[in-house]
Design a protein around this ligand. Structure first.
Ligand code: NAI
Length: 453
């Protein structure tokens, strides 16, 4: 039996970041990964989708080059070349994670770990007939696509895809039905719409991208409506019949047909199949219950990332992993969830952090909204011919502190971190007004917005 300070199960953004940090701080760490280092994010989530979306954006930019005085004939794309590049990018980044593990003396075990139990001297885990023991265990087993029990779902064979299978398509579908207009649904809708596939979205709620600022979600939906995406809101799917999706909308039954169907109605934490029951860890709403230090109810057992079930984002996962390692290595640290950015990598991008108008209202927070069209930033006008966008800053009414920022327009994903810092540091509008932003950048919209009345 080999002894370690920390056993980590799952090599995604929670697990590999925790392993790297713990290794760097001198802990003896073993990390178990049954598939590929990097987890869903690197292998079948964030990175491959963003790679493909960039290919689609490049194609769209080329198609519209004339708006910028650039002309090209016979602009075309090669779907399989896009897919190959995506695979190459993933391989490169997975190799990078491997390198980091080595550099920080982390023992990586390629295999499926199983928790045997916990004794007075720590937790015991088994993998391929070998036993490993450590005083501390960090569970980072992630999440998987949720397939709701809609009649016909099991019979639809390879027509029905999740975000995993859609990334492995050999051919572009001529038409795609997306069930669930959340983040995954909208990003794939964006990709296939850019390439000319007919995209139909079937969303249960009255608006896409639930949880995001409602005005911004509405703007994104109108943008994609103009680009030819069909949206069916308030639509409840009642049956899947081969390549047809039957749904009810305002009491009427409608049917849409497509070459492929993407099921993107959320993800669920993975808590079964690795011996969790042998520890007596408490669950909450399907995920592992943790406190602000990512401790479970069992001493020495921690959980981080999607398996906790409440903020299914790679950047939350990594930070949660860091919190665990910091506390284990003598630095007091705890999770705060008020400044976690959310980005939707459509074209245009959407990004937001902190309270939305809707969440502020629900909490009874008195707020005011400072907002400006993106076109107030010169750089945005220079780089987005005919484009529009919006930046909204939500400010506490009493102290003038920034409590939320929401944007639509490129490159919101690269600007939003400034707003995260402002919220983390409880900066007021007055303090932000004194910060110097580089000119000309689209980020200036944030400063312009806090200067507006
Ligand atoms: P989601 O929770 O974002 O969206 C699911 C959508 O499906 C919701 O709008 C919901 O109302 C709808 N829905 C649920 N049941 C339905 C039904 N029976 N018929 C029609 N619509 C239905 O989940 P999604 O998009 O699957 O993403 C999963 C997780 O992955 C999310 O937590 C997301 O944050 C994360 N993710 C983040 C990305 C990013 O940060 N850019 C990219 C991709 C995923």
């Amino acid at each position: 039996m080999e002894l370690f300070d920390l056993i980590i199960i799952g090599g995604g953004p929670a697990g590999y970041v925790a392993a790297e940090r713990a290794g760097a701080k001198g802990l003896k760490v073993v990390l178990f990964e049954k598939k590929s280092l990097g987890g869903v994010c690197l292998n079948e989530g964030c990175i491959p989708t963003k790679t493909l979306l960039y290919s689609a954006k490049t194609y769209e930019n080329a198609l519209h080059g004339n708006l910028y005085g650039v002309f090209g004939d016979n602009i075309r794309y090669d779907f399989s070349a896009m897919m190959s590049r995506k695979n190459k990018v993933v391989r490169k980044l997975v190799a990078g994670v491997k390198g980091k593990m080595k550099q920080n003396n982390v023992t990586v075990v390629a295999g499926e770990a199983f928790i045997k139990g916990r004794g007075g001297d720590g937790v015991e885990v088994e993998c391929a007939g070998n036993s490993y023991k450590a005083a501390n265990l960090l569970i980072c087993t992630g999440s998987e696509a949720f397939i709701p029990p809609i009649p016909g779902v099991r019979e639809s064979g390879d027509i029905l895809l999740t975000s995993r299978e859609i990334l492995e398509l050999k051919e572009q579908p001529e038409s795609l039905i997306v069930i669930g207009g959340g983040v995954i649904g909208m990003e794939f809708a964006s990709f296939f719409n850019s390439l000319g596939s007919k995209v139909t979205i079937v969303e249960m709620l009255p608006e896409i991208l639930g949880g995001l600022d409602l005005e911004i979600s509405g703007l994104l939906r109108s943008h994609y409506t103009k680009k030819g995406v069909d949206f069916n809101l308030n639509a409840k799917v009642v049956k899947i019949d081969g390549n047809r999706v039957v749904f009810e909308k305002y009491g009427k039954t409608e049917t849409v047909e497509g070459d492929k169907i993407l099921m993107s109605v959320g993800r669920r934490p993975v808590t079964a199949g690795f011996g969790l029951e042998n520890l007596g860890v408490e669950l909450f709403k399907g995920g592992i219950r943790v406190d602000e230090k990512m401790r479970t109810n069992v001493p020495g057992v921690f959980a981080a990332g999607d398996v906790t079930g409440f903020s299914l984002l790679a950047h939350t996962a990594s930070r949660e992993g860091e919190v665990v390692v910091n506390n284990l290595t003598g630095k007091k640290d705890m999770m705060r969830y008020n400044a976690i950015p959310g980005v939707v990598y459509t074209n245009p991008e959407v990004a937001g952090v902190g309270e939305t108008e809707e969440s502020a209202k629900a909490k009874g927070i008195r707020y005011k909204v400072l907002k400006l069209p993106m076109a107030y930033a010169g750089r945005f006008v220079a780089e987005n011919e005919g484009g529009s966008g919006l930046c909204k800053v939500i400010v506490g009414e009493k102290y003038g502190e920034v409590i939320g920022v929401h944007m639509i327009g490129n490159p919101s994903s690269e600007i939003i971190y400034g707003a995260c810092i402002a919220i983390e540091q409880e900066m007021t509008v007055e303090q932000l007004q004194e910060v110097i932003f580089p000119h000309p950048t689209v980020s200036e919209i944030f400063k312009e917005a806090v200067n507006c009345k």
